[in-house]
Write a protein that binds this ligand. Structure first.
Ligand code: HEC
Ligand code: HEC
Length: 412
């Protein structure tokens, strides 16, 4: 659901639809699409009428609230994508993570067996489940952390960026002498094949893909992320991710026998996110970009990277993607560490957050621990962080310069 104005009306539509089975998209996209006044949930400016229609179809499915008859559960965290990515922006829904850590309180422990049901709290049950997954009592040295649903707008640009650009960033940073040296999260494809995707042919077990999505860049493409989110956050299985996540009741299915949605539905939701525009940006003053660069923010938050020429959505092919991220993992030290390992990313490593539409957020950083951009910058500093020098440079700016930099970042 997008904004408070539309909540009641949309709620009524969702209720009316919730009794339907949903192997196929059942919603009439036109009835569900509400234009947000704030402009976080809009299609690419250069989208053709066909792409507009595709966008609307996926938008409705992104807002769809699943129930038991649709295959929700047996355990779940929230029942709609938009609960955690409201109006395609950040939150308010979040996921509670847990990890067993060594005595240092930071390093992920070798033995994670205390977490028999995985690293994710799944607080709600349906479809015959009797037990949820919570934080196990006592014993293990557990580190708890939160992940707030990141914004999904502008993610088509992230997917379209050429592999060679990300590799170039890694190579350039490797020669730096100031301690900033991001690295690619090389990831494995953990899904079944998706023949509906024209621009990739990943097979189960394919390795060496460039991770781009998730706060630790653990997944390479938007369709795989969609299937992963359906399965992991809602218990909605698909041909790409046909199994229910393990659960204490040992349930292997839910209120809807077999896989819950088809590939067409996964791809419609993925295409919606591919087609989401970057919210409009005011023309920057001269000082903001200069200070952003002088404080070395731009080393990690790279203003722009080139997209591949053969990306299937023409508006995103062969152009600049102004995403303010290098898509690399950086060690931000012990202060932000969460104990979690995602593919090759360690407890202390995070993907450079794309600086897109920040003025629409109410909290910042992966766990939403701070409420202002200034505090987000200060939180980059800590023992072992690659960003320490950058934060010091920010602190050394005069008050008006700091304001100019913060205004610039919030305008992105
Ligand atoms: C319970 C809350 C929740 C629900 C429901 C949810 N997400 Fe997310 N989403 C998150 C969190 C938390 C992350 C970061 C997870 C990570 O890094 O592993 C995330 C990350 C993402 C990303 C990656 C964004 C980026 O910046 O890399 C995409 C894309 C995404 N979700 C799409 C979806 C879709 C599609 C659905 C519905 C099928 C969905 N999510 C449902 C919480 C949620
Ligand atoms: C060494 C690389 C690096 C440098 C240098 C750096 N950042 Fe970041 N930045 C990151 C990473 C990684 C994250 C994600 C951290 C997290 O979510 O916990 C991030 C997150 C952020 C966020 C929060 C975004 C969100 O979605 O919540 C803001 C704002 C930000 N950086 C601004 C800046 C500014 C301004 C500077 C310069 C003063 C800067 N950063 C310097 C890597 C860097």
């Amino acid at each position: 659901m997008r904004n408070s104005r539309s909540v009641r009306w949309l709620g009524a539509v969702v209720l009316a639809l919730s009794g339907l089975a949903c192997g196929e998209p059942q919603t009439d996209p036109d009835t569900l699409t509400v234009k947000t006044e704030d402009g976080t949930d809009l299609p690419l400016r250069e989208a053709t009428p066909e792409l507009h229609a595709r966008f609307k179809e996926g938008d409705a499915l992104f807002d769809f609230t699943y129930n038991e008859a649709d295959g929700l559960g047996p355990l779940y965290i929230r029942a709609a994508c938009s609960s955690c990515h409201q109006a395609a922006a950040k939150g308010p829904g979040a996921v509670q993570k847990m990890a067993v850590v060594d005595a240092d309180g930071v390093t992920s422990a070798e033995d994670q067996s205390a977490l028999a049901w995985g690293h994710t709290v799944r607080p709600y049950k349906t479809a015959g489940a009797t037990q949820t997954i919570g934080v196990p009592p006592g014993g293990a040295n557990l580190k708890l952390s939160l992940r707030v649903g990141p914004a999904v707008f502008g993610r088509g640009y992230l997917e379209a960026i050429a592999d060679s650009e990300i590799e170039r960033m890694q190579a350039e940073q490797a020669t730096r002498t100031d301690g900033i040296h991001g690295r690619i999260n090389r990831v494995t494809y953990h899904s079944q094949p998706n023949p509906g995707q024209p621009f990739q042919a990943h097979q189960p077990g394919d390795t060496n893909l460039i991770g781009r999505f998730g706060v630790k860049a653990r997944i390479a493409s938007l369709d795989e992320f969609t299937a992963d989110a359906m399965q992991g956050d809602m218990g909605i299985t698909s041909p790409m991710r046909p199994g229910e996540p393990v659960n204490p009741d040992g349930l292997t299915d839910d209120g809807k026998p077999g896989v819950d949605v088809d590939l067409a539905r996964v791809n419609a939701v993925a295409d919606y996110m591919r087609l989401l525009e970057i919210p409009s940006r005011a023309a920057p003053g001269a000082d903001g970009p200069r200070l952003f660069s002088e404080a070395r923010c731009a080393v990690c938050h790279v203003p722009s990277l080139k997209t591949r020429g053969d990306y299937p959505f023409a508006p995103l092919a062969g152009r600049d993607a102004p995403v303010y991220s290098d898509l690399l993992l950086h060690d931000l030290g012990t202060g932000l560490a969460d104990g979690m390992v995602d593919e090759s990313a360690t407890s202390r490593e995070w993907r450079t957050a794309p600086l897109i539409g920040l003025r629409f957020f109410t909290t910042y950083l992966h766990d939403g621990r701070v409420k202002t951009i200034r505090d987000a910058i200060l939180a980059h500093q800590g023992p072992g962080s690659e960003a320490n020098d950058s934060v010091t440079r920010f602190q050394q700016l005069s008050a008006p310069e700091q304001t100019a930099l913060l205004d610039f970042v919030s305008s992105l």
